[in-house]
Design a protein around this ligand. Sequence first.
Ligand SMILES: [Zn+2]
Length: 352
Amino acid sequence: MKKFVLFLFIILSVSLVTSPISAEEAYYYTDKVEHIFTHCLIAYPGLAFDRNNDMRSHYARDCITYTEFSSMLSLLEENDYCLVDINDAFEIKDGKAVKKKIRVPKGKKPLIMSFDDVVYDHKKAGKGMVDKIGIDSNGELCAITYREGKEFLSYNNEFVPILENFVKEHPWFSLNGAKGTINLTGYDGILGYRTQGKNKVNREEELEKAKRVVEKLKNNGWTFASHSYGHYHMKEISDEQFEEELRLWRDEVESLVGQTSVYVYPYGEWVIAENGKISKKHELLKEYGFKLFCGVGMKQFFSYLPYSGDLEKSLFMDRKVIDGFALQERQTDLAPLFDASLVIDKHTRQLV
Ligand SMILES: [Zn+2]
């Protein structure tokens, strides 16, 4: 019997490796979809965790290093996750977003990955992150850091080039070339380019550069979502301020990245219903074309909110945060995805 099982195993393994499986056999439907997110990576840990760096505790808590990100990708791949496009997780029926089952190769689990606050704002320059996403002379995506006025290109210390290369080496990690969703604000530009309306110095030049990078990212399977314009607490600003935020995002960011149906709440803070009805802010979000709303939470769920009452429901997806705090303190919650104890770099974080 054992011999027969072994024989069967060998035959199956060989056939999996040698004969391509037809799409019909290889794909099946699933309705379980995980969504994880992180921020721009710590590209220079020595600098980021330096005791004199005023961003040190923020980086330690809210970000992960480039080595931690790479380790996480390897474990996710080993655990049979594969990246899917967030826009394939829902469809529009009668003008409303509804869940859609995702087709993935047999044995694979769909995973949405997104990246918040991809600004490379002024206050972070020279403090441990790269300075922008760029395109090298071969037309490939890279990260750019400035040091003493010189430009340094890198490929292994920021999520865009790391994921680009990882998918090249592990094509099964990505379904139909999907990469990640980049969640953009606009107050200090996008992707390291000062595209904000307030830039009166070299805005036109920056807009042109940003457009080239956006186009390359889109061609390579990246998508974009709104993360508000000014990254305010939704509950703390007035309806009028909120509307102005939406207008600014449409004028200065959507004009660069194109329309998106996905809205990612800053701080994972949302106001959908208020005083027994749909809030003015949520009505505005819908008016501006947003249909899928994303929060932050370890108990990942994909559902319709508000839960109770007869109010009109909106499609909502929670996202698990991958940051320094979660790698250290939320290992049990992250266990279904990967073993965070194998990812966290305690040595670099000076925790050992
Ligand atoms: Zn944010």
